[in-house]
Design a protein around this ligand. Sequence first.
Ligand code: ZN
Length: 501
Amino acid sequence: MGKKIEALRELLGVVADLTAAAALLGWDQQTYMPSGAAGGRAMQLATLSTLAHEHFVSDEMGAAIEAAKAEAKDLAPDSDEARLVRKTEHDYLKEIKVPSSWVSEYSRATAMAHQDWEQARAEADFKRFQPHLEKIVELRRHYADFFAPYDHLYDPLLDDFEPGMKTAEVKAVFDALRPRQVELVQAIFEQGRPVDDSFLHLNYDLDKQWNFGVEVITAFGYDFKRGRQDKAVHPFTTSFGLDDVRITTRLYEDYFSTALTGTMHEAGHALYEQGIKSTLGRTPLEAGASLGMHESQSRMWENLIGRSKPFWKAYFPKLQGVFPQQLGNVAMEDFYRAMNKVERTYIRVDADEATYNLHIMLRFELEIALMDGSLAVKDLPEAWNTKFEDFLGIIPPDDAKGVLQDVHWSGGMIGYFPTYSLGNLMAAQLWEKIGQDIPNLEEQIERGQFGALLGWLRENIHQHGAKFEPIELLTRVTGKGLDADPYMRYLTGKYSEIYEL
Ligand code: ZN
């Protein structure tokens, strides 16, 4: 590596360390921190994120990027070093537009909002959260304005999570997808084949659930020497470097699938991070290509694997061994159907694959309305319920099961939700390619073997970190840009069998 690029890497390492320290405080906030510590923690997070921001946008960094660019000219354009310089410059040019004062105000506002959101959700009291969300929407509008001119006010927000994507593109993909998905869901409800999932709601010992989840994700390849799992209100994955990638989960005694599918989901995120090439550590490439690509990994392990018949052929006998009273007399096929029961549910994270995207499209539309001012925050609960009835045919009984259910807005993450659906599409697209490259994949999964699959993902996706933009990476791997057809093929195939459509 050239001297100038090496010097740039050293500066970037400081930013990465500060960011990792802030992430550790954030992890603690959502797992073990006593609730009274919120004020102090908000200050600490604001200090660290301000420092990281100031380091990254310093004149020294700007000069180091210029020097490294000159050196990178002679390198292959797709080499790690050339891509590092390119990505760093891209992020730098973006971030110098955001003043430090905004960063610390935003960090403080979101830390305080998170605490009150937890309380508001517990008490189903939107009013408690409302002033925080008003502040966050206002801060997010300011943020978008740093990047004016834009095609859409939402574009700069979306770009933070899904580099290169535009609001209009997402709208177009969703508009094409929505009628096909609604049609499928309607066909399922009209067919009316009863699926009994009552045995998932018996009493399941929490420790046994926890241990079963650990066994599954260990088989997937999650490395507990470079990670750990804890409990959190809203499950998440966080990383303080490639060798410390942590996940969280939540457990319910009276509903079996929440903890396991959540654990598999977060492990999917973590496998991506743990698989990034070690030489990309402490740089801006030490991340996924985008949140959509990240979700493609979490949803692949949770849904395409964890809710598949081959997976349960391998794991249902083991699960029966752990819970003989609850599942001893249940047939594998019935369990598989129960795990894939299509229902009109209030809670996004509990939604089945057939209805899931409808939950996302609802949030996407509300976010756009909040941002462009056509919807006031105080009217959000009503707008939520109205749209919910439109999309899913039911009205949430209270705001805890409605507008307050997700952590994202309390963290300021407006622009994040569409990435879940983009991830669904990318996952199905990658899955078709994996099926071509590993012809006996199904038999491997039926034997509980995930090594070849993880190897494929490591080779084609994980190792690259954020070297490529998401659509660029998808195109390199599958030969095509974003395409909703594989996802609809997958959904239709799966549910036609389960519901005999
Ligand atoms: Zn996720």
